[in-house]
Ligand binder design. Structure first.
Ligand code: SF4
Ligand code: FES
Length: 244
């Protein structure tokens, strides 16, 4: 790696630009520089108008997801040196409307998340607090899936979302599965109905694009497959025991 890098950044200000364009900046490569640091360097020292979103800077809030050198990733968790090139291309997450530059409107993503009722609805028979044994089979089923930080990287990588804007997408379906698999929850049947349609689980073609980009190593494709199995078993009047 050289002592400088070239940052090519997607720019678009709907108030003044007719078309988006790529802006180019030569900046120094700093020690332990993450892609988010590149954006901050440019904003602090070169062009204060650069718009991007971030918050925690430690891979927890999910707000800094971008399309970096051809892949959706978290800007704060991607080291420049890990890209193995002196040219860094930063684009907004695909499949979402652009507000300005690298900042996208997450509303369509969260609207789908909300559509599957992403909150726990306890059965009437359950008196809180409920103890969940971390070693139990039920907890093991959804262990990794619970780590979702709603960054939208999977949504941006999903070709089914690209071709059908009504598709619920991997993150919403992953969340639906977490709740359907939770036997303390009362709304499993209701959620299965919400996802059992052409804009839900059956739109997924198991291309694993979501899985490839998830910064939390979640496999949304697996969650979707489990939901499909439950729907098929329900059709035949059987209860599905999930595989671990
Ligand atoms: S499943 Fe992974 S990629 Fe998708 S929103 Fe959650 S953390 Fe991000
Ligand atoms: S800034 Fe929070 S995940 Fe990157």
């Amino acid at each position: 790696m050289s002592a400088t890098i070239t940052a090519r950044i997607f720019r678009f200000d709907p108030d003044k630009d007719k078309e988006p364009y790529l802006d180019e900046f030569e900046i120094p490569l700093l020690k332990n520089m993450a892609i988010l640091d590149v954006a901050f360097y440019i904003q602090n020292y070169v062009d204060q108008t650069l718009a991007f979103r971030c918050s925690c800077r430690i891979g927890m809030c999910g707000s800094c997801a971008m399309y970096i050198n051809g892949k959706t990733r978290l800007a704060c968790r991607t080291q420049v040196t890990s890209l193995d090139t002196d040219i860094v291309t930063m684009m907004p997450i695909p499949n979402l409307p652009i507000i300005r530059d690298l900042a996208v409107d997450m509303e369509p993503f969260f609207a789908k998340y909300k559509a599957i009722k992403p909150y726990y609805m306890p059965k009437e028979s359950i008196t809180e607090p409920v103890i969940v044994d971390p070693e139990s089979k039920e907890r093991g089923l959804i262990d990794e899936m619970l780590e979702c930080i709603t960054c939208g990287a999977c949504y941006g990588a999903c070709t089914m979302v690209s071709t059908n804007k009504d598709y619920l997408g991997p993150a919403a379906l992953n969340r639906a599965y977490c709740l359907v698999a939770d036997n303390r929850d009362s709304a499993g049947e209701e959620r299965l109905k919400l996802v059992d349609n052409a804009n839900g689980i059956w739109r997924c073609h198991s291309q694993f694009n979501c899985t490839e980009v998830c910064p939390k190593n979640i496999v949304p494709t697996h969650s979707i497959q489990q939901l499909k199995k439950r729907c098929v078993f329900k059709l035949f009047g059987k209860n599905q025991e999930d595989n671990l």
